[in-house]
Design a binder for this molecule. Structure first.
Ligand code: TXA
Ligand code: MG
Length: 353
């Protein structure tokens, strides 16, 4: 299959031309086809959420296990009532405050939502993305677009159209290229099918931000646990995920000690003939002596670290690095989501110094 990469960034072509391209992509979705598109978090792989065959195509293109449910993307609040049985008051408050935005909420599903879209569950995850192209695509595609991140299952989520092409070229008919995304880490997921709402995946919207709006919120105990018995509730959070091909090892502790340790480890790797990658920051990159050093962002701006995380893991894959040593980051604010994704990418390999 030929994959069309369609540029929808603003440079020179004009708003009307872009609208027409997105509209054509929407028609493709209505016909049951797949279109990758930008959102503010990561690129999504979209299909008509109410068409079971279209959802099945998503699983096939990603190589995703069929029990891992998809998020339905909507473009206006009125549409929510069609796909869920009930919206709790607290959820309305969060929607008012954070939609469109990087927040996904889980509800009991209505009958029009096929089980193929929800991985066999009676609940459905819903999000309204904060991205003009995504919103327009949802409207022209029929209002309900199922979209997981547009990566091959298990790989880091795509934050640029080039990343989508790496994984999906030849497997889907179209990629809308809207340039690099703004946030770089997937949405926060809050489950409202429980008595007390629970965060199943941390993201840009933090527990503190949610608490301010609705009061009580729990965090899925399965997220922090390495114990096989306490599994995360979101099926997609169970697996080693977001992972580069190379082994990733996090080094955690005071700055100087971390740098010393990573230098030792990278030196040893080189002596053993292994190519090593190092994830440092603007503040520390010049202090490394061995391996291929990349800066993930600056410690004064945690958002910059979130934005570059997945891209850097993919860059190291392209360089065929065998082992990656990374600094680790404070778990406050968006740091919590960064830490969660890094721990998963590392398969929980952490060296404390
Ligand atoms: O930012 C995002 O959320 C991106 C963009 C494209 O919107 N999408 C995304 O989708 O990250 P995906 O499929 O890669 O991750 C969805 C996660 C998975 O871990 C899945 O198991 C969980 O949401 N999930 C979806 N529906 C669920 C449900 N009904 N119950 C529990 N977990 C659910
Ligand atoms: Mg994903």
């Amino acid at each position: 299959m030929e994959t069309a990469i369609v540029n929808i960034t603003d440079d020179r072509q004009g708003k009307e031309a872009i609208r027409e391209k997105i509209h054509a992509a929407g028609q493709l979705i209505r016909q049951g086809g797949l279109v990758a598109f930008p959102t503010e978090t990561v690129y999504g792989l979209g299909a008509d959420a109410l068409n079971p065959l279209a959802s099945e195509r998503i699983y096939k293109a990603k190589g995703r296990p069929s029990d891992n449910p998809l998020i339905i993307h909507i473009s206006n609040l009125e549409d929510l009532d069609q796909i869920v049985t009930e919206v709790p008051k607290q959820a309305r408050k969060l929607a008012d405050k954070f939609w469109p935005g990087p927040l996904t909420m889980i509800f009991e599903k209505s009958d029009i939502v096929p089980l193929e879209t929800t991985g066999g569950l009676q609940t459905v995850a819903v999000r309204m993305p904060d991205h003009p192209a995504a919103l327009l695509l949802i409207q022209s595609g029929g209002g309900f677009i199922a979209a997981p991140s547009a990566n091959t299952s298990g790989k880091p989520s795509p934050t640029r159209a080039e990343h989508v092409a790496e994984d999906m070229r030849g497997r889907i008919p179209m990629i809308l290229d809207g340039g690099p995304v703004g946030i770089g880490i997937e949405s926060t997921i809050v489950d409202f099918s429980e008595k007390i709402p629970m965060i199943l995946r941390p993201g840009y919207i933090t527990a503190e931000m949610i608490q301010e709006v609705i009061g009580e919120i729990r965090i899925d105990p399965g997220l922090a646990s390495e114990n096989e018995e306490i599994r995360p509730k979101a099926p997609g959070m169970k697996y080693r995920h977001y992972a580069p091909r190379a082994d990733l090892i996090l080094v955690s502790g005071p700055k100087e000690r971390v740098q010393k340790k990573i230098n030792e480890l990278a030196k040893k790797a080189e002596e053993e003939g292994k190519s090593a990658g190092i994830i440092g920051t603007e503040e520390t990159r010049d202090g490394y002596r061995y391996g291929i050093v990349k800066s993930i962002g600056t410690r004064t701006d945690a958002d910059s670290i979130a934005r570059h995380l997945y891209g850097i893991l993919r860059e190291f894959d392209q360089l065929d690095v065998e082992i990656i040593y990374s600094e680790s980051f404070s778990a406050s604010g968006i740091g919590q989501a960064i830490r969660n994704r890094m721990l998963k990418a590392a398969g929980h390999q952490v060296i404390e110094v």
